[in-house]
Design a protein around this ligand. Structure first.
Ligand SMILES: [Mg+2]
Length: 392
C-alpha cells in the first residue's frame, strides 16, 4: 500500500523520561542507576519525579513524600532545581527547533513538533524521529521517548507506548490495531466520570468505544462529548501544533467607572484579579515567580510594585496574598479614590506540575513572612514606587 506522503501530516511528540530525576543523575554520576526522588521535602511535600529505579518501589509523581520515604528509604531525596531543568529543556528545544519551526512545548519535558512538509529538508519524518531520539541521547545525555503519528492525539499515545527510552511510529494502517486495546481513559478528555459512565455500560477499551454508533454516544454523553469521543475512538484529531507564545507576563487590570474608596473593596478586587491571573497561568501551563500590582489614584498618580517569590507558582491564594501585601495598606490613601487596579505575574516558566503540591502555600507564605520580618516589607519590593502625572 502506498500513501501520498506530501499530503500526510506528521506530528512528533517528545517526552523526556523521568526528566527532573534524570537531570539529577546526569549532574551527579553517583546517583546513576540508583533510586532518585525529586520533590517537596517539607512535611506536606509530594513527589514531582521519581527515577525509574525508584518507580520499581512504587514511588510515583504526586505521591506524598512521606509515603515515598517509607516505600523507598534508600532513595536519594532532592528538592527540584528549576533553573537547571529549564536550561536542559532549552537544549532539547533547540534540537527540536532544528527540524521544524512549529514546536509546541507542553511543559519543560514535553513538546509537539509538526514535521509535515519537512521531508525535502530533513528526509522522511520516520528518520527524523529516530534522529531526534538519538541526538537527545548523545548531545543532551538524557533518555527520552518519541512518538510519531498523523496527529497530536496519536503522537502522544505513541510516545507513551514507547516509554521508557523508545521510538514508536504509528502509520495510518497501524492506528486501529494500536488504539483498540487501550483503556478509554487514555483518550484526551475522558476523565474519571466519563470513564465510569462508559464502564457502567460495558465500554472499557477504545475498541469497545469504536463499536458504538455516534447516536448511542450522543444519547449517553450529550452531542458535544459524544461526537468528540466518536472521533477520538477512530484516532481523528485536527488540532494544530501551536508554537509557544513568548509570554513575558500575564496580567489583568481594571479601570473602574467609579473610584474605589474603601480599603475592603480594593483588597477584594486585588484578590479577584489575582485569581483571574492564576487561572490564566493554569490554562496556559505557566508558572511565574514575580507578582506585580499597579494602582492608579483618581489624580492619575500611578504606582507599581513587585515581589520576587522563592519558587515559581500559579497558586491563586499565594498570588493573591502577595498582591495584597504589595498594596502597602498603611500607605494606600484609599480616601483619595482609586481608579485603576492591576495584578500581574512575570518571570514565566512552563509548568510541569502543580507546585502547590511541592511546597504547600503555608510553607512558602512562612518563608516570605520570615524574610519580611527580618528585613522589613520593602526588602521584598523592588522599589518601583513612582508617581506619575498624566498629561491632562
Ligand atoms: Mg516526561
Amino acid at each position: 500500500m502506498s500513501y501520498d506522503t506530501s499530503m500526510r501530516r506528521w506530528i512528533l511528540h517528545l517526552d523526556m523520561d523521568a526528566f527532573f530525576a534524570s537531570v539529577e543523575q546526569l549532574d551527579r554520576p553517583d546517583l546513576r542507576g540508583r533510586p532518585v526522588v525529586v520533590g517537596g521535602l517539607g512535611p506536606r511535600g509530594v513527589v514531582s519525579t521519581a527515577s525509574y529505579e525508584a518507580r520499581a518501589f512504587g514511588v510515583h509523581s504526586a505521591l506524598p513524600m512521606v509515603k515515598a520515604r517509607v516505600l523507598c528509604p534508600q532513595a536519594t531525596f532532592l528538592p527540584p532545581r528549576f533553573d537547571r531543568y529549564a536550561e536542559v529543556a532549552g537544549q532539547v528545544r533547540a534540537i527540536l527547533a532544528s527540524y521544524s519551526p512549529l514546536v509546541e512545548p507542553l511543559s519543560l519535558d514535553e513538546a509537539f513538533v509538526d514535521l509535515t512538509g519537512t521531508e525535502r529538508l530533513h528526509g522522511p519524518p520516520e528518520a527524523t524521529a529516530q534522529r531526534v531520539h538519538l541526538r537527545i541521547k548523545s548531545e543532551v545525555n538524557l533518555p527520552c521517548s518519541v512518538g510519531l503519528a498523523g496527529n497530536k492525539l496519536l503522537a502522544k499515545l505513541a510516545s507513551e507506548a514507547a516509554k521508557p527510552g523508545g521510538v514508536r511510529i504509528l502509520r495510518p494502517e497501524d492506528v486501529e490495531g494500536f488504539l483498540a486495546p487501550l483503556a478509554v481513559d487514555r483518550l484526551w478528555g475522558v476523565g474519571p466520570s466519563t470513564a465510569r459512565k462508559l464502564a457502567d455500560r460495558g465500554v472499557y477499551t477504545v475498541g469497545d468505544l469504536r463499536q458504538l454508533d455516534a447516536s448511542v454516544l450522543h444519547s449517553w454523553l450529550g452531542p458535544a462529548q459524544g461526537a468528540h469521543l466518536w472521533r477520538l475512538a477512530r484516532g481523528l484529531d485536527d488540532s494544530s501544533v501551536v508554537p509557544a507564545r513568548e509570554a513575558k507576563s500575564i496580567s489583568q487590570e481594571v479601570t473602574y467607572p467609579e473610584d474605589l474608596v474603601l480599603e475592603e473593596q480594593v483588597v477584594a478586587e486585588v484578590r479577584r484579579l489575582a485569581d483571574l491571573v492564576a487561572s490564566r497561568l493554569a490554562t496556559e501551563c505557566l508558572l511565574g515567580s514575580t507578582v506585580r500590582i499597579k494602582i492608579r489614584w483618581s489624580n492619575f498618580t500611578t504606582r507599581t510594585r513587585q515581589v520576587h517569590l522563592p519558587e515559581p507558582t500559579d497558586h491563586p491564594l499565594l498570588i493573591a496574598d502577595e498582591a495584597v501585601a504589595l498594596l502597602d495598606r498603611g500607605d494606600l490613601q484609599v480616601e483619595s479614590g482609586i481608579r485603576l487596579l492591576g495584578v500581574g505575574v512575570a518571570d514565566l516558566v512552563p509548568a510541569t506540575f502543580r507546585p502547590v503540591h511541592l511546597f504547600a502555600a503555608e510553607e512558602l507564605g512562612e518563608a516570605l513572612r520570615a524574610v519580611r520580618s527580618k528585613h522589613g516589607p520593602r526588602s521584598l519590593t523592588l522599589g518601583l514606587s513612582h508617581g506619575q502625572r498624566a498629561n491632562r
